[in-house]
Design a protein around this ligand. Structure first.
Ligand SMILES: [Zn+2]
Length: 317
């Protein structure tokens, strides 16, 4: 064995013992120039754009492209690089070069769906959203573009929580694009609790198997995992981001790295990660967010959400 390979082998063993990642970490810094993707729109079977021949492809140079679709292209050309910069990872994404958008009438399996990202990182937009497109704010598109940036981990739902992907997408939508303040998030969650029966919706969607020993978790306990209405978890992320700026970007990168470097990152690992970044785990951060929703003062929030483990809790009992 040569001196060089001996050194490399020892370095490798030390890295494995210390559980250091074997891959170089991302630089974490976006370059000065962010790519602007080419955007192509394919009319598959939209009823809104009936006059566009099925299968026809349009880009921003096509003379026949309807005005609202041209505006959509320009909107994505403006916002994709902004979001890419905010959620930068060094790895090149397919959508850095090209984004295909398919216009469809509706999703047969989910007729209420307005848009989806596909497993091949294309974007499907349904007539439910295309109707009156020029009056739409674009918030939904921001949510979907964030999903395209999550390409590495979005497909790994069984080992990477979907609810984190959804909450990050709503965070970008409401904080970066719709300029929501923390109070606006609190109001949305408060309304969902008081007037929109979210507790029942949460249990209907999430409580599949339960018995006396395994009672259903309530929205108050595990509502952060409610991926059908991710705005509430996005609100929790805003609270964390106010206290520890940069955490949202770090969560995105951690999700990305968990796939790149093959480690599990589910609720427990996410909670441990939050603890290492904020000194509080997932349950406690969620409790504190809901205490703010409940109009508690900062002091009361901290009091209400003392971790119910450890000597301090036992001593307080
Ligand atoms: Zn989504």
């Amino acid at each position: 064995m040569s001196a060089t390979s001996g050194f490399l082998l020892k370095a490798l063993i030390i890295m494995m013992l210390l559980q250091l990642p074997l891959y170089a970490s991302d630089s974490g810094h976006a370059p000065d120039t962010i790519p602007v993707p080419n955007i192509q729109i394919w009319n598959i079977d939209s009823h809104i754009y009936k006059k566009l021949p099925k299968g026809a492809i349009y880009d921003r140079t096509s003379p026949q492209i309807p005005r609202d679709l041209l505006d959509l292209i320009e909107f994505i050309r403006e916002w994709y690089p902004r979001l890419r910069e905010q959620l930068w990872t060094d790895e090149t994404l397919k959508t850095d070069a090209k984004i295909d958008i398919f216009l469809r009438h509706k999703d047969e399996n989910d007729p209420e769906a307005l848009a989806h990202t596909t497993s091949t990182d294309s974007l499907i937009i349904y007539d439910g959203y295309l109707k009156g497109l020029k009056h739409k704010s674009g918030g939904l598109i921001i949510h979907e573009l964030t999903h395209l940036l999550q390409s590495r981990y979005r497909q790994e739902g069984f080992r990477r929580p979907i609810w984190i992907s959804e909450a990050l997408a709503d965070y970008q939508r409401f904080t970066s694009f719709e300029a929501f303040t923390f109070e606006m998030y609190l109001k949305r969650t408060s309304e969902a609790i008081k007037h929109k029966n979210i507790e029942k919706h949460f249990i209907d969607k999430t409580c599949v198997v339960y018995d006396e020993d395994n009672p259903c978790p309530t929205f108050w306990e595990e509502g952060y995992s409610y991926s059908y209405q991710p705005i509430h978890t996005a609100g929790m992320l805003v609270m964390i981001e106010h206290r520890f700026p940069g955490t949202v970007k770090k969560i995105h990168r951690r999700m990305h790295d968990s796939v790149k470097d093959s480690f599990d990152f589910f609720n427990k690992e996410f909670s441990d990660y939050l603890y290492s970044e904020t000194g509080k785990g997932l349950q406690q951060n969620w409790c504190e967010y809901l205490a703010y929703v409940d109009n508690k003062t900062e002091e009361e929030v901290l009091q209400d959400c003392l971790p119910k483990v450890g000597w301090l809790w036992r001593w307080l009992q």
